[in-house]
Each structure stands twice: as C-alpha cells, then as structure tokens.
Design a protein around this ligand. Structure first.
Ligand code: URP
Ligand code: ZN
Ligand code: ZN
Length: 468
C-alpha cells in the first residue's frame, strides 16, 4: 500500500520542517517539500497532516510484558502490552530475556522471541546475565550474531535468582568490551539494601516504607561501583531507570572521571512522588527503585531536558491491582507499574513551556529521548528512530492540541488502571504507522495480534567513535 502524509510538521534530529512523506510498502520512500510529490502511484491513500507533528515511531527500550506465570504473571501479555504501547505512539519496544538454566544465551533469547510473537508492534530484547560459566564468551558472540547486542544485569533481586555477584562484573565487562556488547544495569546495591533492612524494626513494612528500605543511596552506590568497574574495562555502561538526584550525581561524577555512561529514566520518576505510597492504594504505585521526592523529580526533569539523561523508557510492568494490594508487606508486593500508554502525553507536557494557546512543545527533544537515542544506543538506527527515506515507515503522529485528563477508565493496559489518573495533558498520539501499516487511527487501535516483528540489533553506537 502507498500512503501520502501531506503537509505535516516533520520532526528531524535537529529541526522541524513541513514536508510531505510518501510511504511505499513498508518504507518511507520520499520526504519532500509540500505539494511537490505529484507523480503519486495509483491508489495512494492521502491524509492531510496540517497542524500535526510527525515523529519517528517511539521506541520504548525498557518493558516487561508477559512476565511470570499463573498467579504471578503480569496483567499484560505481549499483545495487550504492545497494543497499549501502540496507542501511546510506540512502534518498537525492547523487552528482556531471562538467562534460562541449561540453555545458551542465544537459546534463552530465542525462547523469549517466540513468547513475544503476538506483539502488535516491532520488538527486540536485552538478554539477562545471572551467572557466569566457562562458555559465556562464545555464547556472547553467538547471541550477538542472533541480533541481540545488549545485556542486562541486576545488582539486587537475590530472591528472584537474577542477582549477578559483583565479583563477576570484572570478568563479564572485559568480555563485553571485547565482543562489544552493551551492559545495562539495574542499580541498587544489595549491601546497602541489607543494611537498610537491618535498621528497620518494622515486621511488616507497608508501601510507605519502600523508599526507606530501598534508599537512593543504594542506587547511587551501585552506579558508582559498576561504573568504576566499567571504566577500568573501558566499557560503556547503561544505567536503567535512574530514579534519584543522588543517582544522577553519581552518573555525573563518573562521566567527569571519563566513564561513558548512558542514563535512562522513566516517566514515573518525573511525575510521581513517594507521597503516592502513603495513600490507601499505595501498593499500586510500588516499583523498584521506589518513587522519590519532588526534588528528585525536578532534578531528573532538568537532566532529561538538558540531555544529561539520554533516554526515557517506561519500565511498563503491570500487575492486576488486586495482586498488588493484597500484600500489606511492601517486600511482598509485586514491583512494577503500567505506563506504556501514557508516556507520550506526559512528554508533551514536560517538553512544553506551558504557554497558553500556542504550540510551544519541543518535539525535537521528544523524538530524541523516545526514538532516536534508543535507536542509536541499541543499534536500530536509522531503520528505526528516523524519518529518513529508505527506512522503516514507523511514524507517530501527534495532535498537539488534543487535551484531556488521563483516566483509569480509558486505559488499554489489562492492569485496568493508570498511576497517572487525573493528570492533565495537552498533546497526544492520534495516528500510528508501523512499517507502512496504520495500526492506530484517531487514538483507536486497528493493528493486529502478531503484527510486530523481531528486530535484530546491530552494535550499539556507544562503541563507535564520538558515540551516539
Ligand atoms: O519495579 C520494577 N521496576 N519492576 C520491573 C523490574 C525492574 O526492576 O525493572
Ligand atoms: Zn529494574
Ligand atoms: Zn524494568
């Protein structure tokens, strides 16, 4: 099918220009000045995009769909989660594969790719590394050849069997430098968490205690330690879900010392505070690292705007509300919240200067942190993350004046609630195109189960001269 998107404000890396975009099949075929595309192929569908912003499809580089089994499973499987994401303007997500017992890394990833086959949008994976063994070096090369070029390690979560002992970091990081695999870290120092637990006399701490049991100091400490080992190995390091000012300061210090650190944050660390954990349904706002204070929100917002934080990702990990609220003890509440569907509108608010009646949203920055940078950092650029001719026709159309209030009544996540209920927005995705197919029109999903495709990642641009 051919589609002409006429006269929209197209968002490129460094500027916005009014252009016509012609899509032929799955790719963008031409990007030209308005009304200059005259020799349209017969049957081309034309859409008037005047007043709308056309961004490269969003890339949510941190999701957990279809996690766990039975009672413990997330509310969203790959289809429902990716459908919610699509309505929120996401055309590619990157989820995680566990390192499975008795399987190689590539086999573990292959199993997860199969689990994700119902996804409504394109996807890729980060591969978890929870233990080292003799063949890991060979397995890394095999994994890389299968299109997975980023790993995930946890400095906590011993109870889930995913904790990688810090004694293994040096060996792993050296191998990753040689094989040019990007390492992503969930940073919370287990020793600091254990000390916080020792200090707490509470036998059954409620959700409001979560930030005390998982303090920002744990996050900063893990970043410092992992960052130092990465620097010694001349390896770039990606820190997932930076939640606090203290963690941001740790990132800054490491960079000043010459380490290459890529920082990601999530919308909840910008828009929600620990006050939510003190409410009657505090459990619905529990994730790790926990929500922090207004000051932390402000520091992270400024860092995202200034480019110190490279990427925004949702860490969508939705659980049915009943699963979360049934445990009075915060240590037993399944950690994670939904968020795939709301990120785009929240970003429109964040990157707007708030002026009434004019369109003052900084869409170039939104495209940078939620599309181009994740594409570059995870080796998908320019196929994803750009509006360049010849690349995948993944396009997120934003209606800048669409106004409303985010509501649990209207979300697509099967969690059935949003932590942003009641938040006002101005600017929302209206049409989403995935590889030339319209999958959302007027905010309504019209794509299909299994419409997404696994995307093989190339080497991260962070390994290249000058970085992304
Ligand atoms: O609480 C969270 N963030 N759940 C998802 C797993 C993780 O640590 O990212
Ligand atoms: Zn995490
Ligand atoms: Zn996560």
């Amino acid at each position: 099918m051919n589609i002409l998107l006429r006269g929209g404000k197209c968002v490129f890396s460094d500027r916005i220009r009014q252009k016509d975009i012609l899509i032929a099949g799955e790719a963008i075929s031409r990007v030209e000045d308005p009304d200059t595309v005259i020799d349209l192929p017969p049957g081309t569908l034309c859409f008037d995009m005047s007043g709308k912003y056309l961004l490269p499809g969003f890339i949510d580089a941190h999701t957990h769909y279809g996690l766990g089994e039975g009672e413990d499973a997330t509310a969203d499987d790959f289809f429902s989660g990716s459908k919610a994401a699509a309505v929120g303007g996401v055309t590619t997500f990157i989820d995680f594969a566990d390192q499975l017992a008795d399987k190689t890394l590539a086999e573990s990833a292959g199993i997860r790719i199969n689990e994700a086959k119902d996804s409504a949008v394109d996807f890729s994976l980060h591969q978890g590394i929870y233990r080292m063994h003799r063949n890991i070096a060979d397995e890394l090369y095999e994994l890389r050849n299968s299109g997975i070029t980023a790993l995930k390690i946890f400095t906590t979560y011993k109870e889930f069997g995913v904790y990688l002992d810090p004694g293994e970091w040096n060996g792993l990081f050296g191998l990753c430098r040689d094989s040019r695999m990007l390492v992503c870290v969930h940073a919370e120092d287990e020793t600091v968490l254990e000390a916080a637990a020792q200090r707490s006399a509470d036998a059954s701490p409620g959700p409001e205690m979560h930030p005390i049991l998982r303090p920002a100091e744990a996050e900063a400490s893990a970043i410092r330690k992992a960052g130092r080992v990465a620097k010694e190995n001349n390896l770039p390091l990606y820190i997932v879900h930076v939640s606090s000012e203290m963690a941001m300061d740790a990132v800054r210090r490491l960079r000043e010392d010459g380490a290459v650190i890529i920082a990601e944050t999530a919308p909840h660390y910008l828009f929600l505070t620990e006050e939510k954990l003190k409410t009657a349904d505090g459990a619905l706002y529990l994730m790790t690292p926990p929500l922090r204070k207004t000051k932390d929100n402000d520091v992270l917002k400024a860092a995202l705007k200034s480019g110190e934080i490279d990427i925004i990702a949702t860490d969508h990990c939705s659980y049915p509300p009943g699963r979360k609220t049934r445990f009075p003890d915060c240590r037993k509440i399944p950690a994670g919240i939904p968020g795939s569907g709301e990120a785009a509108s929240l970003l429109c608010s964040l990157f707007s200067d708030g002026a009434e009646g004019v369109n003052s949203t900084d869409f170039v920055s939104i495209a940078r942190v939620f599309s181009e940078m994740p594409a570059r950092v995870f080796g998908l650029y320019p196929k994803k993350g750009s509006l360049l001719p010849g690349t995948d026709a993944d396009i997120t159309v934003i209606s800048p004046d669409a106004e409303g209030i985010i509501s649990s009544e209207t979300v697509n996540t099967l969690a059935g609630y949003t932590p942003y209920d009641g938040v006002r927005y101005r600017g929302a995705p209206s049409m989403i195109i995935l590889r030339g197919e319209i999958i959302v029109e007027n905010g309504i999903f019209c794509g299909k189960r299994g419409g997404g495709r696994f995307q093989a990642c190339r080497e991260s641009e962070v390994f290249q001269q000058g970085g992304p």
